[in-house]
Ligand binder design. Structure first.
Ligand code: KIV
Length: 271
């Protein structure tokens, strides 16, 4: 048996078992083969091919412009690298809101063309019909509530969401609806820790937080942010585990200087 075939892949069922036994779930984004290979081999449970690719890969201000074709390209690159982690792919803006048949065909395209494991959709009651239709086809769905970046033009800010009672109660109701519909997990982004803890306690499905405190069942970060590649973005919830901006800048500066002063390549670096 090859080493690869001994690896026990993470499934939606295993995530639910992790919640039941109180083991926290680790999740990071990846968008390309090389990063996904490292992240998977380091033991991450879930890889999100997030539409944050619009920001960190393509340089857009918001996640709105990224297309389904773009997401499929990123998802296929990640799929080729990953052996163990569960791969979840964001349905991008405009591919599932308001038309559940289109939502299903978007999700099917991702599953068939990228061969990934699940899709993620932003929103609650408003997109429930799309969630239902996708789930009925057998595609696992992860929900996403709280700060939903695809709606940035509706809210106008990336501030903490659901601080007020009315918005908090809607979020709790939406979380229940998504669980009842059959979502296997839920992301809660940038909401008060107390509210996120309440939702995680109430739901049976795993609740994974980003800027939602430690009382949830797992954590997700954008890999470029936690590695310090994207230093312009520094919200309070972000912990930086590396300073790759500085490391890469210094490596590139050294390379430029070595090329200019003829110290690269040397005798042993040529044929
Ligand atoms: O696109 C993304 O990276 C996300 C995470 C922030 C959860 O949705």
């Amino acid at each position: 048996m090859s080493i690869e075939s001994k690896i026990k892949a993470v499934t939606t069922y295993r995530l639910s078992e992790m919640k039941q036994r109180g083991e926290k779930i680790s999740m990071l984004t990846s968008y390309d083969y090389s990063m996904a290979r490292i992240v998977d081999q380091a033991g991450i449970d879930v890889i999100l091919v997030g539409d944050s690719a619009a920001n960190v890969m393509a340089g857009y201000e918001t996640t709105v412009p990224i297309t389904l074709d773009d997401m499929i390209y990123h998802a296929r690159s990640v799929r080729r690298a990953v052996r163990r982690a569960l791969i979840v792919v964001d349905l991008p803006f405009g591919t599932y809101q308001g038309n559940s048949k289109e939502a299903l065909s978007s999700a099917i395209r991702i599953m068939k063309e990228a061969e990934t494991d699940a899709v993620k959709l932003e929103g609650g009651e408003e997109i429930l019909e799309s969630v239902h239709r996708i789930l009925c086809s057998g595609i696992p769905v992860m929900g996403h509530l709280g700060l939903t970046p695809q709606s940035i033009h509706k809210y106008g800010t990336y501030n903490v969401r659901a601080r007020e009672t009315e918005e908090a109660e809607k979020l709790v109701k939406d979380a229940r609806l998504l669980e009842e519909a059959g979502c296997f997990a839920l992301v809660l982004e940038k909401i008060p820790a107390e509210l996120a803890t309440r939702v995680a306690k109430e739901l049976k499905i795993p609740v994974i937080g980003i800027g939602a405190g430690g009382g949830v069942d797992g954590q997700v970060l954008v890999v470029h942010d936690m590695l310090g590649i994207n230093k312009a973005f520094s919200p309070r919830f972000l912990r930086r585990y590396a300073d790759l901006d500085t490391i890469i800048t210094s490596a590139v500066e050294n390379y430029v200087s070595d090329v200019k002063n003829l110290s690269f390549p040397n005798e042993s670096e040529q044929y």
